[in-house]
Design a protein around this ligand. Structure first.
Ligand SMILES: Nc1ncnc2c1ncn2[C@@H]1O[C@H](COP(=O)(O)OP(=O)(O)O)[C@@H](O)[C@H]1O
Ligand SMILES: [Mg+2]
Length: 271
């Protein structure tokens, strides 16, 4: 699926059938390299792009740099080299408020994200800080809670909910900002099978670009048509999830293991 390329002017036709002309990628990462202050280099030149509406899994062994990469997407970490661009807007100090609105990160532990006395207040927090008020704010909270199936729980204290419900509320806090891209760090971890299934149904129903960091390879296959493998701080593979997971050598080389007996070829492709 290489673009038709004119040697003088570059790509002249976009091969993606559903691509909206002139819509910038939801996320574009170019040459991103980063070393922590202690000198440990975690990223060595990461390049990839996620088109609007895509759902992409970010796979890779422990220590590969996945969380480091995620923390660059909304400018929590900066100071490396290379660029990150969200819907055409560079992630830099001048744009930080707008970038934080556009990039919704759902952290691994929902308790890092929920800190208000009620679910409703947690979901209202971001939009209220961005100036949304009154009936508009109510509608925004209602909409976000409905998207994650938690509309009945607005008045409950988050700490009275199950872990799976708290994770759904954490997703709602981010959706309330109407982000350009939803980034999830290990969304299925610590969920029981029913909660895992419910979250998958929610993620599939959303009309939003998704980048999902996960160790749960069946979950990646089920939800994300495309996957990236980050390994030793570089993108080692980028392609259809089913193709990557079916490549035994590639999987072994990056310490990715399918659950015993799971055959990626037996699962219908996600879409
Ligand atoms: N605050 C930090 N200071 C120094 N090194 C770090 C820090 N955080 C992570 N690292 C190192 O950077 C590398 C990438 O870590 P991380 O992005 O957390 O990987 P992953 O999320 O893929 O497991 C690892 O070698 C890790 O030990
Ligand atoms: Mg991590």
């Amino acid at each position: 699926m290489d673009p038709v390329t004119d040697p003088l002017t570059g790509p002249v036709a976009d091969p993606a059938p559903d691509a909206v002309p002139n819509t910038p990628a939801s996320l574009d990462v170019r040459g991103l390299a980063f070393a922590y202050p202690d000198g440990h280099q975690a990223l060595f030149g990461v390049d990839f792009s996620v088109a609007r509406g895509e759902r992409v899994a970010l796979l890779g062994p422990n220590g590969a740099g996945k969380t480091t990469l995620v923390l660059h997407l909304n400018g929590i970490l900066t100071g490396g080299t290379g660029t990150v661009t969200v819907a055409g807007l560079p992630v830099d100090k001048r744009n930080m408020a707008e970038i934080r609105r556009r990039v919704g990160i759902v952290f691994q532990d929902p308790d890092d994200q929920l800190f208000m006395p009620t679910v409703r207040e947690d979901v209202a927090f971001g939009p209220a800080a961005a100036g949304v008020k009154g009936a508009e704010l109510e509608a925004c909270v209602e909409r976000a809670l409905t998207l994650v199936g938690m509309a009945e729980f607005g008045n409950r204290p988050p700490h009275h909910l199950s872990f799976g419900q708290r994770r759904r509320v954490a997703v709602a806090t981010v959706l309330a900002m109407e982000p350009e891209i939803l980034v999830l760090d290990e969304p299925s971890s610590n969920l029981d099978p029913a909660s895992r299934r419910e979250l998958a149904d929610i993620l599939r129903s959303l009309d939003v670009t998704v980048l999902m960091v996960t160790h749960d390879l069946p979950y990646a296959l089920e939800l994300c048509p495309r996957a990236l493998i980050l390994s030793d701080g570089v993108i080692a593979a980028d392609g259809p999830t089913a193709a990557l997971l079916s490549d035994d050598e590639l999987m072994r080389a990056h310490r990715l293991e399918l659950p015993f007996g799971f055959d990626p070829r037996s699962v219908p492709a996600s879409g």
